[in-house]
Design a protein. Structure first.
Ligand SMILES: Cc1ncc(COP(=O)(O)O)c(C=O)c1O
Length: 344
């Protein structure tokens, strides 16, 4: 019973098949292959936009390289304190940008707000040589708290960003889950709402190791290709990375998988909701739940074989835990977890 993360399960059957097919014969290396070209074309269709798309093998690389391209070394990137780029990437955005600063802005449910961004920007004086200069805003969709920005919320942030000359980056490690929740088109959820660059996630949603940086404006690509090479993310046998993303996109496997993991999270929430002592920290929009439980219950669940992460230390005899459903989580595990929680 593993709810620790959506990257704990393996790859979708379609991705394994595509990997096998990509293995046939020889192909040009370093992204010059037919599958990578096909992926670029499919991404353009998917987003209804001419895109510049670059596969990489981790979400950290996608975020750090995208942000480094948008930001000078003396720049600032505004993000939420829960953002993966500041909390869980070991300084990769700062490293790859040669020292740009991540500036924090608060907001409920893991989401930035225009008011909080404005507040953060107030502390940075444009043109003052002593201050880092605002360059970008980064939002995560779905957020690290399992919530999703509504389109109007993204619009409000992108409007502010544009009015201040900032670029908007979206960390979409769980973009598919957000889209499954919002029920809108990929175009509406990104460039039409003012997103400039997207880190498109595949790994959490059925790939082995495949993400892509998607630029909606070719002018922003600048030196990205050199940055990707220097970081070691220009994979020589790129066809295998591209094949994974193609397998997810063609046939809408990515949305099927995301709908399933979101639905499992809803089932879990429904089953846990009426148990005494259970409290949800955030609305459950996507595939992650943050649940406060009595420590005794947490210990019993673990003793019974349930795996999940504590999201902070115990406070007042209760611990906030994170439960993440994956595209491959067995339904029986969701039912089993609910049963265990009830009896615990
Ligand atoms: C929101 C978010 N962004 C980015 C990443 C980075 O992915 P990776 O572990 O592949 O570097 C993760 C992984 O947990 C994530 O949750």
């Amino acid at each position: 019973m593993n709810f620790t993360s959506d990257n704990c399960y393996g790859a979708a059957a379609e991705v394994i098949d595509a990997f096998q097919t990509a293995n046939d014969g020889a192909a040009p290396s370093y992204g010059e292959d037919k599958l990578t070209a096909r992926l670029n074309a499919r991404m353009a269709e998917l987003f209804e936009h001419d895109v510049a798309m670059f596969p990489v093998v981790t979400g950290t690389a996608a975020n750090a390289l995208a942000l480094a391209t948008l930001t000078p070394p003396h720049g600032a990137i505004v993000c939420h304190p829960e953002a993966h780029i500041v909390a869980d990437e070991c300084g990769a955005p700062e490293f790859f940008s040669n020292g740009a600063r991540l500036v924090l802005a608060e907001g409920g449910d893991g989401k930035l707000t225009p008011a909080a961004i404005k507040q953060a920007l107030k502390r940075l004086q444009i043109g003052l040589v002593h201050h880092v200069q605002p360059a970008a805003v980064s939002i995560t969709q779905a957020t690290e708290c399992g919530t999703c920005y509504g389109l109007e919320e993204i619009f409000a942030i992108s409007g502010l960003a544009k009015s201040r000359g900032l670029k908007l980056h979206m960390d979409g490690a769980r973009f598919a889950n957000a889209l499954a929740y919002l029920g809108c088109s990929p175009a509406d959820a990104t460039w039409r709402a003012g997103v400039d660059v997207l880190s498109f996630g595949g790994t959490k949603n059925g790939a082995f190791c495949a993400e892509a940086v998607v630029f909606f404006d070719h002018a922003l690509v600048r030196d990205f290709e050199y940055r990707r090479k220097r970081s070691g993310h220009l994979v020589s046998k790129m066809r295998f990375v591209s094949a994974q993303l193609l397998a997810l996109i063609e046939g809408d496997i990515w949305l099927r998988n995301a709908r399933r993991s979101n639905a499992l999270a809803q089932t879990l929430a429904k089953g846990l909701r009426d148990i005494e002592g259970v409290e949800f920290a955030y609305p459950i929009d996507a595939n992650s739940l943050f649940v406060r439980l009595p420590d005794k219950t947490v210990a019993r669940l673990r003793d019974a074989g349930a795996d999940f992460l504590d999201w902070g230390p115990s406070e007042g005899g209760r611990t906030l835990i994170r439960l993440v459903c994956s595209f491959a989580t067995p339904e029986a595990d969701v039912d089993g977890f609910i049963e265990l929680a009830r009896s615990a």
